[in-house]
Design a protein around this ligand. Structure first.
Ligand SMILES: [Fe+2]
Ligand SMILES: [Fe+2]
Length: 571
């Protein structure tokens, strides 16, 4: 959509139309315990900004976050941060079976924020050699932990091996509960509690984690508030993230991902871009997490609209970032990600122990949001043919802060779109639905087509649960971005704006849109079935009614669908 300059916000998003212009000056410090108790009970610090002077010597673990290792049945990574460098940081690990306690030493990774000069210290311990499906207890501390007498402790469960039943959840676009930050909302605390309510084995956090890049002078503090909110769940079960456009920050590495990449240890992808994309298998499900900024056409990274430059703190030594500057990552991997994806999909499709392929990415190939971003043809060009070829079952996205489910789609119609300005025909590669009504038995067979979900209702202050409609026919209509929308001079001197999507198409692929709430969580229950039978995934989307107007901790079922198909181990 058309983005105008923000009066007091020096960096604007391309996808978030309702960033308050007073966001940075309207600092409100929110304190409070975590919604679910456990993590907040010990190490969580209050949600508030703090200056470097208050951090000296404090090695207390915070922002504690689990991720899967390469083999989720046996390896889990434990990551955390501390206000200052930790002395002798360590994890004490014990299994419920009563095994002896062992101590695991983490690696330290740090970076210095390129905009405010604050150094962030993070720690990453690899807990390897675990038993499948085991309950593992741990505590994490350091010699300069303020809580050495009662260090943070929690437990988690490793993944099962073989074909097994398990649950996972997903949403993106979470933000923080500290409403002093742009796009943050109290709903983000309720969203974390919702994950705990459903007790999944793990959670997929599909990008736009905390919107630190909209608070350019306080990026590390926003990340800290995010991490301490998420800790209430992520210390108890892995939260597997992917990069969104709001992980792209000025001053933090060539791609702007340093804040993100420094904080998490993710399965290796064997390329020069560790942590940007990855895969892991649990039971008979292959999960593939992608970095769509590499292929999308839209400009949605950090952007300086002017007329004032963005001024890094003098102590960084970094130069002013001039109006009109933007971070555009299209093609950043030089094709490495798409080659990796094709190889990973080919192996998954040929593997007898993989029944399902689930892809997570942030931006959307199929979205008909009216005020959000819409659909990006870059994903349709680069990846949808691979999803067709190798039979991807589900694609889980965020980016538009709403809920939308597609029909199963396979292939595309050419020249079915039209230019938003001239009306001339445009090839948007309109995805072709394989059915446009629920199956007679109510069960979807994703061997026929891939179902896309928009799950962007984590916890931002900017829901966009209004959807496009053709003004003449009333049928669902989608905006489509088919080319780069680089910043161009705006109406006022020295200002810059980004053009909106350039094309429109009939959203013949759209099956269900939630107009009641821009907030929700999807719950996926995988049933492996029995040899000779079918395997299924039951998907239940729960939303928070009324949360567009008032934060709501009560999530209710919006809709549920079932996918089923024969197991791959049966000839
Ligand atoms: Fe977002
Ligand atoms: Fe986004």
């Amino acid at each position: 959509m058309q983005q105008g300059p923000q009066a007091k916000t020096p960096v604007t998003p391309a996808d978030d139309p309702e960033v308050p212009s007073t966001a940075i000056s309207r600092r409100q410090f929110v304190t409070g315990a975590g919604a679910t108790g456990l993590a907040a009970a010990t190490a969580s610090r209050p949600l508030q900004a703090r200056g470097p002077a208050s951090l000296a010597g404090d090695g207390t673990p915070e922002q504690i976050h689990l991720t899967w290792g390469a083999d989720p049945a046996r390896t889990v990574h434990l990551s955390w941060a501390s206000p200052a460098a930790a002395r002798n940081p360590r994890v004490h690990v014990r299994t419920a079976a009563g095994g002896t306690e062992r101590v695991v030493r983490p690696d330290e990774r740090s970076y210095t924020d390129g905009l405010n000069g604050q150094t962030v210290f993070t720690y990453h311990a690899t807990l390897a050699g675990l038993e499948p499906g085991a309950l593992v207890s741990y505590s994490v501390t350091a010699d300069n932990d303020r809580h050495t007498h009662r260090p943070f402790s929690a437990s988690f469960r490793t993944a099962p091996v073989g074909r097994a039943a398990f649950r996972f959840t997903s949403y993106g676009d979470l933000a923080t509960p500290n409403t002093g930050w742009a796009l943050s909302s109290p709903q983000s605390r309720h969203a974390v509690a919702a994950v705990e309510r459903f007790e999944p084995l793990f959670h997929l956090l599909n990008g736009d984690l905390c919107y630190a890049n909209l608070n350019p002078h306080s990026q590390p503090d926003v990340w800290a508030d995010f991490g301490n909110n998420v800790q209430a769940s992520a210390a108890r079960r892995p939260w597997m993230p992917c990069t969104g456009n709001h992980e792209i920050e000025f001053g933090n590495g060539a791609l702007g991902f340093d804040s993100y990449l420094t904080r998490y240890r993710l399965p290796d992808n064997g390329t020069p871009f560790p942590g940007c994309w990855y895969s892991f298998q649990i039971g008979a499900v292959m999960f593939i997490s992608l970095s769509a900024d590499d292929v999308i056409y839209q400009e949605s990274g950090a952007f300086v609209p002017g007329p004032e430059p963005l001024l890094p703190a003098p102590r960084t030594g970094n130069a002013p970032i001039v109006p009109g500057s933007s971070l555009y990552l299209h093609g950043y991997s030089g094709g490495a990600q798409t080659r990796w994806l094709a190889d990973t999909l080919a192996r998954s499709a040929a593997a007898a122990d993989v029944d399902w392929i689930v892809v997570q990415m942030h931006q959307d190939a199929l979205s008909s949001s009216k005020h959000g971003n819409g659909s990006d043809k870059g994903i349709r060009d680069a990846w949808l043919p691979l999803f067709d070829r190798y039979g991807v079952d589900l694609v889980l996205c965020g980016h538009d802060h709403d809920y939308e489910r597609s029909w199963p789609v396979r292939g595309c119609n050419h020249d079915a779109g039209r230019d938003a300005a001239s009306g001339a025909p445009v090839d948007t590669r309109q995805p072709r639905p394989v059915l446009t009504a629920p199956p007679d038995d109510g069960v979807f067979d994703t061997r026929q087509g891939t179902i896309h979900f928009i799950l962007g209702g984590g916890g931002t202050s900017s829901p966009v649960d209004q959807y496009g409609a053709d003004p003449l026919t009333g049928r669902p209509q989608a905006k489509v971005i088919t080319r780069r929308n680089a910043p161009r001079p705006g109406a006022s001197p020295g200002s810059f704006v980004k053009p909106g999507p350039d094309a429109l198409e009939e959203a013949i692929w759209s099956a269900r849109r939630d107009t009641d709430s821009g907030y929700g969580i999807a719950v996926f229950d995988v049933d492996p079935g029995v040899p000779g039978g079918k395997t299924s995934i039951t998907i239940a989307y729960h939303h928070a009614p009324g949360a567009d107007r008032e934060p709501n901790p009560h999530y209710e079922l919006f809709e549920s669908i079932v996918l089923a198909k024969p197991r791959r181990d049966v000839p």
